[in-house]
Design a protein around this ligand. Structure first.
Ligand SMILES: Cc1ncc(COP(=O)(O)O)c(C=O)c1O
Length: 412
């Protein structure tokens, strides 16, 4: 019988994060203590004034323009200009229910193939499959901080043949590695040479620990799309407020994205868009600074206490992830490794195979957000450094989980 569901949709798997949550829940039910290092969500409170603005606008019920509230697009345009030096005018910005939706619409509209580095966020490949765009993985290495070199990119492009429309996805700071790309200029040069489109996923840029934010759009503005939103820096993942900035010369793309938006979600909910105006207009530098300093302190604690001759890790540079590699010959796949670690230590992590690595590479994604961000935030000043004692006081689950994990790794 012919399947009632399209083949490319039927192929989609349950999200990796959901699967680990289900397993963790079962273990918790049986009385096991679980360290939730699998799920990546900001533990911090949304700044009060932004929440207040949402409340004040809760009565608004009218539909907004498909593309989004003009004032919000204007503010995002200014924010991008300040951050990247590139002018994405308000007419080139689309407000979306989370940046995930923005990327999905891009895949649906795009006629071509996708290049994505391994490691990459879990949703890029399935989204490309929904859009029936073929995916090419580009392997990276620890030595190059888990980003492709210009040479690696060019070699990959040579194997793909000429006259193809190609999107290269870049995400820095990166989920899952927590590292930052420092060769954007070189990557831009090759991208220009081969006429690539770049999708620069900048959802974590405000969480670059040394605040030395860089965007590939600076070096290749004509073909760089930028996605971003409130989910990470502002702790508002559940509000579903994202955006896509489209390069100036790609009017066809913008027109098609608007049609797709119009025929799917119509417009993002009205009160949230008004609250987002405040988020992009107000000065939240102090809030961002504190958030970054806390994440940096916790990430550095995990890094210092986990790295060993059995566990290789690159230092944390942004977002809230680390990507440890376990040296072992016992386990066949990273998924099996994660299963055993979960059962034996209670530490939940995601396997590297969910992020584009070959299953036999013993990499995992460790998210270090299992702490009460509200309490930690209250007790940190913008100026004083965060001591290890403070990490122990305000992130006890992270500290305990890492101790268990590093003890477990000693026996590998
Ligand atoms: C790398 C990356 N990009 C995009 C997103 C999607 O964010 P949102 O749809 O909440 O804007 C996430 C969320 O986990 C992410 O980790």
């Amino acid at each position: 019988m012919v399947s009632k569901v399209k083949k490319n949709i039927l192929k989609l798997k349950e999200s990796a994060t959901l699967a680990i949550n289900e397993k963790s829940k079962k273990l918790i039910k049986n009385g096991k203590k679980i360290y939730r290092f699998g799920f990546g969500q900001s533990p911090f409170q949304i700044p009060e004034k932004i929440v207040e603005t949402l409340k004040i606008n809760a009565h608004r019920k009218e539909y907004l323009p498909i593309q989004g509230l003009p004032e919000l697009r204007e503010k995002i345009s200014k924010y991008l200009q300040k951050r990247t030096g590139v002018n994405y005018s308000k007419d080139n910005i689309l407000i979306t229910p989370g940046s995930k939706e923005a990327m999905l619409l891009m895949h649906v509209a795009f006629n071509g193939e996708i290049i994505t580095p391994a490691p990459s966020w879990v949703s890029y490949e399935p989204q490309a499959e929904i859009g029936t765009n073929k995916v090419h993985w580009l392997e990276t290495s620890r030595e190059n901080n888990w980003f492709p070199t210009a040479n690696e990119l060019e070699n990959k492009l040579k194997t793909l043949g000429k006259n193809k429309n190609l999107i290269l996805i870049l995400n820095s700071p990166n989920n899952p590695s927590g590292t930052i790309c420092n060769n954007l200029k070189e990557l831009a040069k090759i991208s220009k040479k081969y006429n690539l489109i770049i999708l620069s996923d900048e959802i974590y840029t405000d969480l670059s620990f040394d605040n030395s934010y860089d965007s590939i759009s600076k070096y290749y503005p004509g073909s760089t799309f930028i996605s971003g939103g409130l989910s990470k820096w502002c702790g508002a993942g559940g509000w579903r407020l994202g955006f896509l900035a489209v390069p100036n010369g790609m009017k066809d793309f913008m027109k098609s994205l608007k049609s797709l938006a119009s025929e799917s979600y119509s417009t993002v909910n009205t009160p949230t868009q008004f609250a987002a105006v405040e988020a992009y207009k107000g000065n939240y530098e102090n809030y961002k600074l504190k958030v970054r300093r806390i994440l940096n302190a916790v990430g550095t604690y995990v890094y210092n206490n986990l790295k060993s001759n059995k566990v290789l890790i690159n230092p944390p540079q942004g977002a809230f992830y680390l990507m440890p590699e376990f040296k072992n010959k016992k386990f066949k796949t990273s998924a099996q490794l994660c299963d055993v670690i979960l059962k034996e230590t209670g530490v939940a992590m995601l396997p590297g195979s969910d992020f584009g690595f070959k299953p036999k590479k013993m990499l995992t994604r460790l998210s270090y957000t299992d702490f009460d961000g509200i309490e930690f935030f209250k007790n940190v000043s913008s100026y004083k450094s965060i001591s290890e004692e403070m990490v122990k006081t305000y992130a006890p689950n992270v500290v305990e989980g890492v101790t268990k994990l590093s003890n477990w790794a000693k026996n590998l």
